[in-house]
Ligand binder design. Structure first.
Ligand code: CIR
Length: 256
């Protein structure tokens, strides 16, 4: 169960955040703010305490807090983002993390290692880490070494198609895994109860489990039904403006 969630309010220049899909247009900032509020309310309805960090306009992508830290019940790992314009963004979360973890339980990924939290999927005490354009082998090696210190385990996941691991896969606890695209037949995930998300609804594979409920992006009816059929109560939140920046439900918070 998660007790806490950290989010960061988007800054005006989020509209200039990194995107691989400029054809979707620039985000509407006012709408993005409304969607962020709805997202916070959905999280609160799952019984977590939400900490909302101040706007940080030094980093246009700073609302995607998931990428700068990996938090678990034993330690906090401050990452080292692989994207050029996000380098240094991780430093902006450290003071907040210190409110939740003692300093000797805060670890750091160091250059030349890179790692972004969007590439990390927690399954109990095991952490799957995508070897992506943002997370390199050195970052994964450091990460696994840190986990080992806390008697946790990790493994690298080969991938080619998606930005981050969790762009295409989401763990819903109880061995249930949403999978799309290259992860549907991925050998690393063959022992999960796989809930397949069709290509035309791929964005919905970035849904999040929060205390037995699952938050799903608006507009993906087949995905919503499959998740409901698996026995979950679903909460729908529109994230259209974040999708324009390759961001989704998981990227917008740290849940721990
Ligand atoms: C980026 O490209 O870094 C942001 N525009 C989107 C980050 C999405 N984060 C995530 O999937 N965890």
């Amino acid at each position: 169960m998660f007790k806490n969630v950290i989010v960061r309010k988007p800054s005006k220049n989020m509209v200039d955040g990194i995107t691989s899909a400029p054809e979707l247009g620039k985000p509407d900032f006012e709408l993005a703010l409304k969607q962020h509020e709805n997202y916070i309310n959905a999280l609160k309805s799952c019984g977590v305490k939400v900490t909302k960090l101040d706007v940080n306009d030094r980093y246009p992508d700073s609302c995607f807090v998931e990428d700068v830290a990996v938090l678990n019940r034993k330690c906090a790992i401050i990452t080292n983002p692989g994207a050029e314009s996000r380098k240094g963004e991780e430093k902006e979360i450290i003071d907040e993390i210190k409110k939740f973890y003692p300093e000797d339980k805060i670890e750091y990924i160091k250059a030349p290692g890179t790692l972004e939290g969007g590439d990390v999927m927690m399954v109990g005490d095991h952490f799957y880490v995508g070897l992506s354009d943002r997370t390199n082998q050195d970052g994964i090696d450091q990460f696994i070494k840190i986990l080992d210190k806390y008697k946790l385990t990790g493994s690298a996941v080969e991938m080619k198609e998606f930005l981050h691991l969790k762009t295409g896969v989401a763990y819903l606890e109880n061995n249930n895994l949403l999978v799309s695209g290259e992860f549907i037949e991925h050998p690393d995930f063959k022992d999960f109860n796989r809930i397949i998300i069709d290509d035309d609804e791929q964005y919905a594979s970035n849904s999040i489990w929060v205390n037995e409920k699952v938050i799903v992006p608006e507009g993906y009816e087949k995905a919503k039904k499959s998740i409901e059929d698996a026995g979950y109560e679903v909460i729908v939140v529109d994230t259209s403006e974040y999708r324009k920046l390759d961001g989704g439900l998981s990227c917008l918070s740290l849940r721990f």
